[in-house]
Design a protein. Structure first.
Length: 262
């Protein structure tokens, strides 16, 4: 989305699908069912959806919109994070029931500003609803709850029930203070990059316990306008610190390296 003019990536929406196919990507994640149909028609093997569902009275409308779509799954930003315990239970139960009714495979994203922004609450909801399945965007937890503050190894062990239920990974790396940071090549030795290698490796190891048949790795690098990409001043004003198009390849290579060691 919104790549800078100096990026080597596609310039317009009409260029996007041909560019990702030429680059070797097998799939894409889209915002609307009509986008999914176009992506499939262009020749992508797998297309998934992503959407936002904030309140319980929106459940049927959101999931009904994706009923009959060609998407393999729908990743949801569920809730606001301000739900009471009772409201949280009702929202999850209604979402799972509606997903079954409309035959939509729902993956809940671990995302800030949602019901699942907190690992502890997520683990509690898994106890109530073991059928929950997730898209792991671990940057939100790594930064949002400052996972390096304390015993990182014990936190990874505690998150095994989440990792077991992950059926997609959003490819983004954060550090303890910024939600999206540039990675200096596949062998970047930074502590936070190594932590993401370990977390993604944990998902790959544990998802096999949960019966996942594959693990889509969906690179999601968002622009500065969305308050994600960091900016630097190179003399002509602030601009994004890195080309997100080429940075996506770095994240893919990191993940593919993990897969070859499984």
């Amino acid at each position: 989305m919104a790549l800078p003019q100096w990026s080597v990536g596609p310039r317009s929406a009409s260029d996007f699908l041909p560019a990702i196919i030429e680059a070797g990507y097998q799939g894409a994640q889209v915002f609307l069912p009509t986008h999914a149909a176009g992506a499939k028609a262009a020749g992508l093997a797998d297309v998934s959806g992503i959407g936002t569902l904030r309140h319980i009275d929106e459940v049927d409308a959101v999931l009904g919109m994706w009923s009959g779509s060609v998407v393999s799954s729908l990743t949801l930003h569920l809730g606001t994070g301000f739900e009471s315990s009772i409201e949280a239970l009702k929202l999850v139960e209604r979402t799972l029931t509606s997903a079954s009714q409309f035959n939509v495979r729902v993956l809940i994203e671990t995302h800030r500003g949602t019901l699942f922004q907190d690992p502890a609450r997520t683990l509690s909801l898994i106890e109530q609803f073991p059928e929950l399945r997730f898209t792991a965007d671990l940057s939100h937890w790594y930064t949002g709850v400052e996972m390096v503050y304390g015993d990182f190894d014990s936190k990874l062990r505690a998150l095994r029930p989440v990792f077991e239920r992950c059926q997609m990974i959003h490819g983004r790396i954060s550090d303890p203070g910024c939600i999206q940071v540039a990675v200096d090549g596949v062998l970047d030795p930074s502590a936070h990059v190594e932590h993401f290698r370990r977390m993604w490796r944990g998902v790959l190891d544990q998802c096999q316990v949960g019966g996942a048949e594959s693990m889509p790795f969906v690179v999601e690098l968002l622009p500065a306008a969305a308050h994600y990409a960091r900016t630097v001043d190179r003399g002509s004003g602030p601009e994004e610190e890195v080309d997100r198009w080429t940075q996506a390849n770095v994240l893919w290579e990191i993940f593919e390296g993990l897969e070859t060691t499984s």
